[in-house]
Each structure stands twice: as C-alpha cells, then as structure tokens.
Design a protein around this ligand. Sequence first.
Ligand code: NAD
Length: 498
Amino acid sequence: MTILTDTLGTEPADRVALRDHTVAVGLYLGGAWRPVAEGPTFEVVNPSTGQVIARVADGSAADALAALDAAAAAQEAWRDVPPRERANLFHAAHRILLDRADAIVETMTLESGKPLAEARGEFQLSADFFLWYAEQIAHLHGTYAEGSRGGYRIVTTHQPVGPSLLITPWNFPLLMIARKAGAALGAGCTVVVKSAKETPLTCALFVEVLHDAGFPPGVVNLVHTTHSAEVSAAVMADARLRKVSFTGSTGVGSTLLKQAAPGIVNASMELGGDGPFVVLDDADVELAARQAIVCKFRNAGQACVAANRIIVHEAVADEFTRRFVELTRALTVGDGFAPGVDVGPIISAKQRDGVARLVAALGEIDSELLTGGSPVEGEGFFFEPTVFKVNDRDNDVCNQELFAPIATIYTVGSTAEAVRVANDTSYGLAAYVFTQNLSRAIAVSERLDSGMVGINRGIMADPAAAFGGVKSSGLGREGGHDAIYEFLEPKYLAITVD
Ligand code: NAD
C-alpha cells in the first residue's frame, strides 16, 4: 500500500497521517484495502477545531455489495474454523490492540472530540469486550435430552446465523465495532461493517488490527459511506445477508426492521434512550450528584445511556440541585487533548445548532435555566454544560432523547410518582436509582421499564453484563453470557435410538 503523508493535498492517498501514526482510508474488502483513487471520498472533521483531518473513501451500494460478496464467500470456511483457532485469532488481535492503544485513543479523540481520558476508558472497555468474546468462543454449548415419548434423542447445537451487517454510530466509535464484531466473529459469522461517517478512522484502525492478527480475507469487511440509506438498503435486500446488528437512533432502527421483514433477516437493535435518573429521599445526595455529572455529561451528553431526566424527590431536591449545578459549573469544556478537559465538543456544527434549538425550546416551557445555555465562542462545536429545572413536563420537548449536554431536573413528591415519571416514555434503555435502602432499590428497579438499572451508580457497561433495552430502545443484548448467541441459531437434531 502506498503511504503518502500529504494526504490533504489534491490527490487522495491510501493512508492519512495523524499525530504519530497513519490510518488506512480506503474500503477494506476481501482482505485488502482498496486504493482510494478508485472512487469518491468524503471529509472527516475534528469537531474540536472544525478542521478536516482526513479524506476517506466514500463507498457506494455497489461497494457494499462487493463487501457482502466477500463475506458470503468466506462464510463457510470461517464457520468451519475450530473454536480454539478462532479464539487464538482473537487473542492475537487483543495483543495487537493493546500495542496500538495510543494511536487508537488519539484517533478517537481527533474524530469524535471525546476527551483523552474518556477515549482511554472506551479503549479499555472495548479491549475487555473483545477478550470476553475470545473467552466465550471456547465455551459455546449445546444440549442433549431424551425424546418426550422415547425412541429418540434431542440434540441441540448452534450454528452461525451467517453473513452479518454491523452498523455503528459515531458516539462510541471503538466500543461499538469491538462489541458487535467480537460477538459476530466469535460465533463464526463473517461481517460487513458500516462505520459512521463522522468516525471512520477508529473503525479502520480496529479492522487493521484484525487484518494484522490474521483474520482470513473476507471474514471482516469495512465500508465507509455518506450514503448510508442506499448502502444498507442494498445489503438488506440481498438474500445472502442473514443478520443485521444496528446501534443508532430509533428512527433508523425502525427503518432497518422494515427492510429486514421481507427476507426475515435476524435483527439486533441497540437504539435510543431517555434515561431516568431517580434520586429518592434517602439517597446519598453527594454520591448521586457526582454520578449524575458523569452519567449526564460524559461524551458531552451524546450517549444512549445518558441521564436524560433527573427525577428527584422533593425532600432532597434543593440540596441535590444546588450541588449538581455547582459541579456542572466546575466542568472544563475544551479540546480533548488539553489537560484537565472534562467535556468535549458536540459532534458537528449541525448537531450543535440542534442543541441550541433544544435549549430555546426548553426556555419556552415552564422551566428555569440554572446554568449554561449557550454555544462556546471560537473554533470547534462546543456547548456549555446546561441545567434546567423543569416544572411542567407535559410537552413534546420533555418527551424526547436530548442527546446533548443538557440536564433536566424534575421534582416529584413520592417514590411511586418517581417510578411513574421514569416510565412515562417510549424508551427503555438505562435507568438509575439512588437510595440507601437496598430493598427499596430492588423494588424500584423491578418496576422500571428498562433493560438496565444502575443502583447508586451512573456508569454500568461491562463485558460480562447483558447490555440492551426494551420498548423502543431495542431488541437483543450485547455482552454477557448470551450475547454471542445473538449471532447463532439453535439447530435441533432428532436421533433415533433403538
Ligand atoms: P443514527 O441512527 O443517525 O446513525 C447510526 C448509524 O446508522 C450510522 O452509521 C449512520 O450512518 C447509519 N444510518 C443513518 N441513516 C441510515 C439509514 N437510513 N439506513 C442505514 N443506516 C443509516 O444515529 P447517530 O446519530 O449516529 O447516533 C445516535 C443515536 O444512537 C442515539 O439515538 C443514541 O441513543 C443511539 N445509540 C444507542 C446505543 C445503544 O447501545 N443502545 C449506543 C450508542 C448510540
């Protein structure tokens, strides 16, 4: 492959130089990076500066189908690779991943804007997920039982679903590909990964790790594109595709489910959230306020599991709000490479305009702006961490995923009301409960309509835990003991025994 350093000149190059490393910018099809000069490109922007940092191959529907050709051709051989050998490839990839930590972490900060410390946290979690799947591969199991009326035996085994489309969002560019690809490849499925156009470079580095670890050609394929709708529609309509695993907004997830329907394509959906963060009257208020800060402002609020509505019992509402606002004001906003920065930029100028519109809409309802509320002047797409106290929640603006550094605080008069307000949403991804009474914590968490509940903690992703939502937050789980089975189909053998 040609390595050019002046990649922002007039000629597209096959790698872009970023800080101390380079990243491939082509599509990865059938085990090779396709030269960029063969097709159109699009720009990747650093949201902290607004500067273009790379031009990346802009894949078409035909390119995505070429990726599916490669995945389909490799499927049978990959399925037959014994689990231990598959696991060995995973372990090799994990070692290479750790060796390239700095390059990957810095790339994440460059293209997503998240502060280095957050990027390091995401890197560690992603590596842990990949290791978790490596360990799972050797433990896939089936069952053996007698037929109900005798004369035969029931053997249940598992087989890979088949070629899978993995569509990832920009807000966790490494975690999402590691989590999906780990489960799919571990199960014996070949994959076509579609990166998010805002963060293709992190995906490219991850795929390069798999390539260098020795994953066979066609097992992993990567398509970047600015034409997501056409690309995925073409792949979804192809009968060779057997699975789609999507992380992103509920609207796009719903479109994909419709596209999956005609061919009965297996689908896993990790969609939006409207995280209720419930603080009961016996909560440790200092702990709740600190955890709410992390849960709300991590990734500048652009997280599916972010605290979207902070629901506080009136007995502790003043104390909690005072402390939460104090901690919010102490946050440092800026370029993720600068020391001491807590909150990075919004992903794009367009999204930042959306955040400003949300603030304006919250200002129109019965609410009080307690801090923040404005874009930060200067280069990049920064927005002040913002807190509103909301008095009337019966309006459209309070019934949506904010996905922004805007915290809304609601006061309630009882635990029952807190649960009612928490569940008054079409979403059901992550919820949080703060109380010092264990039995209350359990009782409340059982009543919350959500796939996950953090009890006295605001962060909970873990490779050993089943991550996912209910209601319009999704279908299926990633991580945990069963996640790899999302990419496996049970097969029942009836065996006559005389
Ligand atoms: P998005 O739905 O706009 O995009 C997600 C991915 O889908 C991107 O790769 C995008 O290019 C692609 N896409 C867009 N339109 C498409 C189409 N018509 N067909 C196929 N693919 C298409 O979401 P986003 O703005 O990138 O991410 C934010 C959303 O993702 C939020 O709603 C957030 O809550 C959700 N999210 C959920 C989880 C989870 O695990 N549940 C994790 C992260 C983000």
